[in-house]
Design a protein around this ligand. Structure first.
Ligand code: NAG
Length: 271
């Protein structure tokens, strides 16, 4: 009894798989996911269809549903019934095409509302469906760049909120980072500072296809050699000035006391 039960469970899935063994149709979307589209530009999705030797493609359908939400509503964008020549988009901005084993969907004037999970479904002559999915999102500009410092490890960390594909670069006092200043991590977001003490302005610049944004961390001003000399000169001048004033005051006092003595002598004479 147990043996039979066991066999049954081994055999049934095999039987279910059998019809699909060699001649199963496959479809997949040729894109690195998620696909990001700049608003106003065109979305182009390509799907590769490989029918089995005994199968014929009967209908291709493109649909979209929101990526999130409790009750996602599926929208049909286009269908290609009865072969490749009869493709119709449901909107003027939607264009579809089928070329040998490739189906394409193009949406012009992409907007945020066009984001979602796209599905291409291929139906064969027996009515069996095969579907491939692709996530499509809006390409977002760089947002909220910030620089924070990790004092114990001499790290500067650049943060960015939700921009698509951000690229990081660093400047120290408005020039590219040199070895004397530090080293940038592989992803670019961290700067390992080697200069001690950490001084001056560190700027993180984040950019993508839509523009760039930056943030600056300001440490104490750097004591450059030029400034040191300047400070010495100012100090020396102040010292000389002070010395001069003191000498002048002493001399004046000396002269005053002499004049006082002379007056005294003069008075003595007249008496
Ligand atoms: C500083 O960086 C080190 C190494 O990445 C980490 O372990 C530590 O928690 C960081 N400290 C702070 C205050 O973030």
């Amino acid at each position: 009894m147990d043996q039979q039960y066991f066999l049954c469970w081994r055999v049934v899935p095999l039987l279910l798989l059998m019809p699909c063994g060699l001649q199963c149709m496959s479809v997949h979307i040729l894109a690195e996911q998620p696909v990001h589209v700049i608003p106003g530009s065109s979305l182009l999705l390509k799907a590769r269809i490989e029918p089995g030797p005994l199968e014929k493609v009967s209908t291709i359908t493109w649909e979209r549903e929101p990526e999130t939400g409790k009750a996602p509503v599926r929208v049909t964008l286009a269908t290609c019934p009865g072969g490749s020549q009869n493709c119709v988009g449901r909107r003027p901005s939607v264009h579809v095409n089928v070329d040998q084993q490739e189906a394409t969907l193009q949406i012009n004037g992409y907007s945020r509302a066009d984001s979602g999970v796209y599905a291409v479904t291929v139906t064969d002559h027996t009515g069996a469906n095969t579907t491939a999915h692709c996530i499509v999102r809006e390409y977002e500009a760089v947002h909220h760049v910030s620089v924070s410092i990790n004092v114990s490890h001499s790290l500067l960390i650049c943060g960015e909120a939700w921009g698509t594909d951000p690229h990081f670069s660093w400047l120290h006092e408005r020039v590219a980072i040199t070895k004397a200043v530090g080293r940038v991590s592989k992803d670019g977001a961290t700067l390992f500072v080697s200069m001690t003490p950490i001084c001056g302005h560190f700027t993180c610049l984040v950019s993508n296809k839509l523009g760039h944004s930056s943030a600056t961390y300001s440490a104490a001003p750097c004591e450059t050699e030029g400034r040191g000399t300047m400070a010495a000169v100012v100090c020396l001048s102040l010292l000389l000035l002070f010395g001069g004033v003191v000498t002048f005051l002493l001399l004046r006092r000396h002269r005053q006391s002499k004049r006082g003595e002379r007056l005294h002598e003069h008075l003595d004479d007249t008496i």
